[in-house]
Design a protein around this ligand. Structure first.
Ligand code: CP
Length: 308
């Protein structure tokens, strides 16, 4: 693969390969010396035009653990604030001969556009409401670690589906691997026709979480909601928040997930987020290994996959 832009373009076999590779990479992250020379001499540019803690830092650590040189550029510290276009910016970056550009952008489809403009590899670290492939893959890695297989697994995704690139990538990836995905959200936060992506929509939140093997809670994306949040945070917490009372309905061996960052007390209570069933910090840990696997893959590490 030259680029990782979405989950759609990864076959079931390719997803399985990435997850296998990430398991091997995780072993490196657990050593006393967390570094191997695999990508020595490679340069990775982290180009984030939206805020990020987990994704940016884990891509950076992933590069460093594979001995690549990583450099970061943000929107606020770049010449974009002086009016330089995205095309001129990425062509400027490419002139400095990076091997991989990891990019986050507020516009859906921006990563596709950049991948057409540059010859180096592009990894999409989140574009608008469209896709967040590395997040979905690290979520799948975490589920596979805990549950073994995806076949027939019931995954409930609850929250602001309309604005969630994490939900879209997980619906596609988990369905492709054999899981059954159910979505639950207020009508204002779920796009009409989303069932066409191969998932079902549940209206009853309690029933949706009660039958699940995995409950994935999503952040209410206030920055993308406009001026008035409907329902309000208080209404949302009461109707769709995962609190202790609702956790009592959930199977004791079900996983509680959240891609972060959390709105504590809105979509998830602190007791649940920090409770025994939560794998939220495992997701973060796996993010580094999974992103090491993606760097390895786009650098020619997959001998079986077609190159694009
Ligand atoms: N999950 C996720 O993308 O988090 P960040 O915005 O902190 O990268």
């Amino acid at each position: 693969k030259k680029d990782i832009l979405d989950i759609d373009s990864l076959s079931r076999e390719e997803i399985a390969y990435v997850l296998d590779t990430a398991r091997g990479m995780k072993e490196i992250s657990q050593r006393a010396v967390k570094k191997v020379p695999t990508l020595r001499g490679k340069t990775i540019v982290l180009f984030f035009q939206e805020p990020s803690t987990r994704t940016k830092l884990s891509f950076e650590l992933a590069g460093k653990r594979l001995s690549a040189d990583t450099v970061a550029i943000s929107k606020s510290s770049s010449s974009i604030v002086k009016g330089e276009t995205l095309r001129d910016t990425v062509r400027t970056l490419e002139s400095m001969k990076p091997d991989i550009i990891v990019m986050r952008h507020s516009s859906s489809g921006a990563a596709y556009q950049v991948a057409k403009w540059v010859k180096c590899s592009v990894i999409n670290a989140g574009d608008g409401t469209h896709a967040h492939p590395s997040q979905a893959l690290l979520d799948m890695m975490t589920i596979q670690e805990e549950k073994g297989s995806f076949e027939g697994l019931k995954v409930s995704i609850v929250g602001d589906i309309s604005h969630s690139r994490v939900a879209r990538s997980n619906i596609i990836g988990l369905s492709r691997m054999g899981a059954k995905v159910t979505l639950c959200a207020p009508g204002t936060m779920i796009p009409v026709g989303i069932e066409q992506m191969g998932c079902t929509v549940a209206r009853d939140m309690d029933a949706c979480v009660a039958g699940a093997d995995v409950v994935m809670m999503l952040r209410i994306q206030k920055e993308r909601q406009g001026s008035q949040l409907f329902p309000s945070e208080r209404e949302y917490a009461a109707l769709y928040g995962l609190n202790q009372a609702r956790l009592d309905l959930v199977a004791k061996d079900a996983l509680i997930m959240h891609p972060g960052p959390l709105n504590r007390g809105v979509e998830i209570s602190s007791l649940v987020a920090d409770g025994e069933q939560s794998v939220i910090l495992d997701q973060v840990t796996n993010g580094v290994a999974l992103r090491m696997a993606l760097f390895y893959l786009v650098s020619g590490g997959n001998k079986n996959a077609d190159s694009n």
